[in-house]
Design a protein around this ligand. Structure first.
Ligand SMILES: Cc1cc2nc3c(=O)[nH]c(=O)nc-3n(C[C@H](O)[C@H](O)[C@H](O)COP(=O)(O)OP(=O)(O)OC[C@H]3O[C@@H](n4cnc5c(N)ncnc54)[C@H](O)[C@@H]3O)c2cc1C
Length: 494
């Protein structure tokens, strides 16, 4: 069966994903481009849900060097120091550009930006907008700008389905059953959180861009590093996304308590430490709550309107009740391995934002560094594309290979590749997923995570092996599809 040819876009760069990374790429390009967005712009993207804000050394007591130092400390020895330097130096300009583009960052009455302090940052450096609605405010401004830019064609309802790669060079992409001949594609499809049963991520974050890139031969790196947020709202067995109770609530002085009313951990320790403490306490049969009653009594909704609304939906008033919380998957440090320009191991394939693995985060992301990364990687990819002339593209292709992404492995992923991992559980997970991975994209991404986590026989950053609790010599994992022990015969691409 042949694919419908979208020849009117032949040769244009195609951007798969319309979160902050995808829109930043599109807006920084000089020429025409196509943006594939499975949902209406702004919906089903982690970018729209970001609460805390974007990290940048903007305060008088701060510097990119201090920001870099905090990023390296959080990354637990696995960050790429050159990338960390580049990103932290680019951060103040990124916030200035966002201001120019109309993002209404919150300010003091003096007019200076109101910068928040977040856990593991040594300075107040988080620029935020609309209180805890930072991501939505940023996305509103960028969407308005995209809509006002005629050279950007947004195909709403369209998803990247496969890449057409010949001799390690891109010659086209399939969006659904349609084919666009092109020598440039940017994967900006976000993270993998929704592969897990409990995640703060939207349902669109299932790692499909990673699976598509891997099937075409791209290298994926740091796949074992999945960050858990310690305090997602505990909504019990209800399906779907777990609303986030941001670090800023603990920053404001709220205490983590159990059902006896006792504190059991340091609320301001790093995310992985607090997540492990809560996971262990839950494992012992306790319930865990975030108690903001004393510190924010009567003012909670004023400071945290989004969180207050999520609490209200399950009958909790944070001024009166402690908020039930438990850890949930929040961010993926791994992804498509890229260099400083966002280039992957396939010629013509770039990646930006959470789908990319730049080396900024190492084994653990510093809070509020990911909106920064999404914006700056989009900019770097666009600058790289602006500097090269893309050849005419005219390849004609058949329909893409038949693959599914129908299965839900969430419970298995949460149980075996969660906060606490071990050889037996990870081997079981890899065995189970490997038998489906050649046909199913969810299974393939899960198999990469299980394989990388098995290979890392140590505990570091967000990766905690109960059977290897110590650190080993630092090394980074990066794999291609052929490195995985998958069971069936390989699929042929058209
Ligand atoms: C609740 C929450 C709060 C957060 N708070 C903060 C914060 O305060 N500060 C911070 O720095 N970070 C925060 N993060 C992380 C940050 O929001 C994300 O890392 C960042 O927004 C990722 O941007 P992105 O553009 O890469 O991905 P996304 O914004 O997730 O966008 C990716 C888009 O690609 C689409 N897509 C998926 N598959 C395909 C496909 N096959 N083809 C085409 N499109 C596809 C998805 O539907 C989605 O719309 C938070 C995350 C969550 C979940």
């Amino acid at each position: 069966m042949s694919a419908e040819m979208l020849t009117r876009y032949a040769g244009w760069p195609v951007i798969a994903g319309a979160g902050l990374a995808g829109l930043s790429t599109a807006l920084h390009l000089d020429g025409p481009c196509v943006v594939l967005s499975p949902s209406p712009l702004g919906e089903n993207a982690a970018s729209s849900l970001a609460q805390g804000g974007i990290a940048a050394a903007l305060g008088p007591d701060d510097s990119p060097a201090l920001h870099a130092q905090d990023t390296l400390a959080a990354g637990a020895g696995l960050c790429d120091p050159a990338i960390v330097r580049t990103m932290t130096q680019a951060a103040p300009d990124a916030v200035c550009t966002l201001l120019e583009w109309g993002v209404p960052f919150d300010r003091h009455t003096s007019g200076a930006l109101d910068l928040h302090l977040e856990a593991a940052h040594s300075r107040a450096r988080i620029a935020h907008a609309a209180g805890d609605g930072s991501g939505a405010a940023i996305m509103r401004a960028l969407i308005a700008r995209v809509r006002a830019t005629p050279r950007i064609i947004v195909l709403e309802g369209a998803s990247l389905r496969a890449l057409d790669v010949h001799e390690n060079r891109l010659r086209g992409i399939w969006a659904g059953l349609s084919y666009i001949p092109t020598s440039a594609c940017v994967i900006a499809s976000g993270g993998v959180g929704a592969l897990y049963a409990e995640a703060t991520s939207p349902s669109g974050n299932r790692g499909l861009g990673l699976a598509i890139a891997a099937r075409a031969g791209a290298r994926l790196a740091d796949m074992e590093f999945v960050q858990f947020h310690p305090t997602a709202l505990d909504i019990g067995d209800r399906p779907g996304r777990r609303p986030l109770v941001s670090e800023a609530v603990r920053g404001a002085g709220a205490a983590l308590i159990d059902e006896t009313g006792e504190r059991f951990t340091d609320e301001l320790a790093s995310r992985d430490v607090v997540s492990r403490a809560i996971a262990a306490h839950l494992h012992e049969g306790h319930r865990v709550f975030l108690d903001a009653r004393k510190v924010l009594a009567g003012h909670f909704a004023q400071h945290f309107p989004t969180i207050a609304a999520s609490c209200a939906a399950i009958g909790i008033d944070p001024d009166i009740h402690p908020i039930p919380v438990r850890p949930a998957v929040h961010y993926h440090m791994g992804g498509i391995e890229v260099d400083a320009r966002g280039r992957s191991s396939i010629s013509g394939l770039w990646a930006a934002g959470e789908a990319a693995c730049t080396g900024l985060h190492g084994a653990n992301r510093l809070a509020s560094n990911s909106l920064l990364e999404a914006f700056v990687t989009g900019q770097s990819v666009a600058q790289d594309l602006n500097a090269i002339s893309l050849p005419n593209a005219h390849h004609v292709a058949d329909a893409p290979p038949a693959l599914t992404s129908a299965h839900d492995y969430g419970r298995l992923m949460s149980a075996e590749a969660g906060i606490l991992r071990n050889e037996a559980g990870l081997s079981k997970l890899r065995r189970r997923l490997s038998s489906d991975a050649l046909q199913d994209d969810h299974a393939l991404v899960g198999a990469f995570i299980a394989h990388a986590a098995l290979q890392r026989r140590e505990s570091r950053g967000s990766h905690w092996r109960t059977d290897y609790p110590e650190r080993a010599a630092p090394h980074r994992n990066s794999f291609i599809l052929a490195d995985l022990p998958l069971h069936a015969t390989s699929l042929e691409y058209a």
